[in-house]
Unconditional design. Structure first.
Ligand SMILES: Nc1ncnc2c1ncn2[C@@H]1O[C@H](COP(=O)(O)OP(=O)(O)OP(=O)(O)O)[C@@H](O)[C@H]1O
Ligand SMILES: C[C@@](O)(CCOP(=O)(O)OP(=O)(O)O)CC(=O)O
Length: 381
């Protein structure tokens, strides 16, 4: 019997991936760039066990048994086995997979990215695969290829129809910009209405803006973003991040029928960020929204206390317990000058469910405590 347990991170794109040129191999129409988040507060954890005693393959996700016949799972497994040495002794053994996310699944918080990165990293350890595995994780979910590396990561779209040049590379490690912090403002953590997969398919079929974005905007933005990250130029980083998020959501609205991911609370968050930046006469905070209403805020450590005082003022918690998860900071009241700016923008308590305060982190790593017992069954069932 062989057992491997790994944890893998979520990543949040600052230049978005939206649109495929090949649905089966998951090949994108444009490059994308993201920050990988620390696994301390948001991660997928996956145990894979191979045994000659197992009669069939099994898969549990968050305590519920899943159908093993999923095309994406199958595609990852096939590619890992193709790359394994033919003499690998466990290649024909059946496997049990057990995975848990410590944050909401399928709510637009990149669970598929962490989930497939974790699955592929664990499979690669189990079958002793050498070299880049981001192109295997990509077959599970496009954005998962970026979670294979820590720090700042670019997914290069590649040109070949076979996809072997569509890989993720690390642009800079965590230590390059240690002051960077991330706030996930959770507006809604329920399963979202339309998945990224179906939304982007409709966009490719119907949006003219999407073609313009992929050919004209993203290539320039990717270069400018790389430069901003290399120079730790937060002002430019923030501007490009917000512009790209806004353009992505404009394409969602240009899709027919439109994909409406942001809601009124999301737009209020965007307004708070712009007002705050105006007060400071520079871009101190950046928002970005994925395929859901939740906001991801990038900001430097020096700004977190003050910006959180504004968020707590504009979006008061319905109860104080558990509102700020993750890294804790001194809670300070909003100052008079900012209060004047934001008093018209106050929301009812509970408009924001909770906040996860985290930072940039490393890629997948092996851990000791298995989720499966020796019989290949989940320990927490
Ligand atoms: N830990 C995991 N292991 C394997 N697969 C997972 C895991 N977590 C999520 N998934 C897969 O990803 C799917 C959710 O992906 P989906 O794209 O709908 O949501 P999301 O990743 O939370 O949102 P988004 O990609 O828009 O940020 C799940 O239904 C499941 O198939
Ligand atoms: C808005 C996004 O989060 C879209 C992520 O899409 P997915 O990677 O979830 O889609 P599939 O490849 O179909 O699984 C932007 C991004 O992460 O770059």
């Amino acid at each position: 019997m062989k057992t491997v347990t790994m944890v893998a991170p979520v990543n949040i794109a600052v230049i978005k991936y939206w649109g495929k040129r090949d649905e089966e191999l998951i090949l994108p129409i444009n490059d994308s760039i993201s920050g990988t988040l620390s696994t301390d507060f948001m991660c997928a954890k996956t145990t894979i066990q191979a045994s000659p005693q197992f009669k069939e393959n099994k898969f549990w996700l968050n305590g519920k048994e899943q159908n093993f016949d999923s095309p994406r799972l199958d595609s990852c497994l096939k590619e890992v086995k193709r790359r394994a040495s033919p003499s690998c002794p466990i290649l024909n053994w059946k496997i049990a997979i057990c995975s848990e996310n410590n944050f909401p699944t399928a709510a637009g918080l990149a669970s598929s990215a962490a989930g497939y990165a974790c699955l592929v990293a664990a499979l690669a350890k189990l079958y002793k695969i050498e070299g880049d595995i981001s192109s295997i994780a990509r077959r599970g979910s496009g954005s998962a290829c970026r979670s294979i590396y820590g720090g700042w990561v670019q997914w290069i779209k590649g040109d070949r129809p076979t996809g072997e040049d569509s890989i993720a590379i690390q642009l800079a490690p965590v230590a390059h910009w240690p002051e960077m912090r991330v706030l996930i403002l959770v507006v809604n953590d329920e399963r979202k209405k339309y998945s990224s997969t179906s939304g982007m398919k409709k966009s490719v079929e119907t949006s003219d803006l999407l073609k313009y974005r992929a050919s004209e905007c993203v290539p320039k933005r990717v270069e400018a973003m790389k430069e901003a990250i290399f120079r730790k130029d937060f002002e430019s980083f923030a501007k490009i991040t917000m512009e790209d998020s806004n353009q992505f959501h404009a394409i969602c609205l240009d899709t027919f029928p439109p994909c409406v991911y942001m809601n009124d609370t999301s737009h209020s968050i965007s307004d708070v960020v712009h007002t705050y930046n105006e007060c400071k006469s520079s871009n101190r905070v950046a928002y970005t929204f994925d395929a859901g209403p939740n906001a991801c805020i990038y900001l430097l450590e020096s700004e977190t206390e003050e910006f959180l005082s504004v968020i707590n003022y504009v979006f008061p918690p319905s109860s104080n317990t558990g509102y700020l998860k993750g890294l804790q900071v001194r809670q300070k009241p909003i100052n008079k000058e900012l209060e004047m700016m934001f008093q018209e923008k106050k929301h009812r308590p509970g408009a924001l469910k909770y906040i996860i305060h985290t930072k940039i982190g490393d890629g997948p790593r092996m851990v000791e405590d298995s989720l499966l017992n020796d019989a290949g069954l989940p320990k927490n069932l």
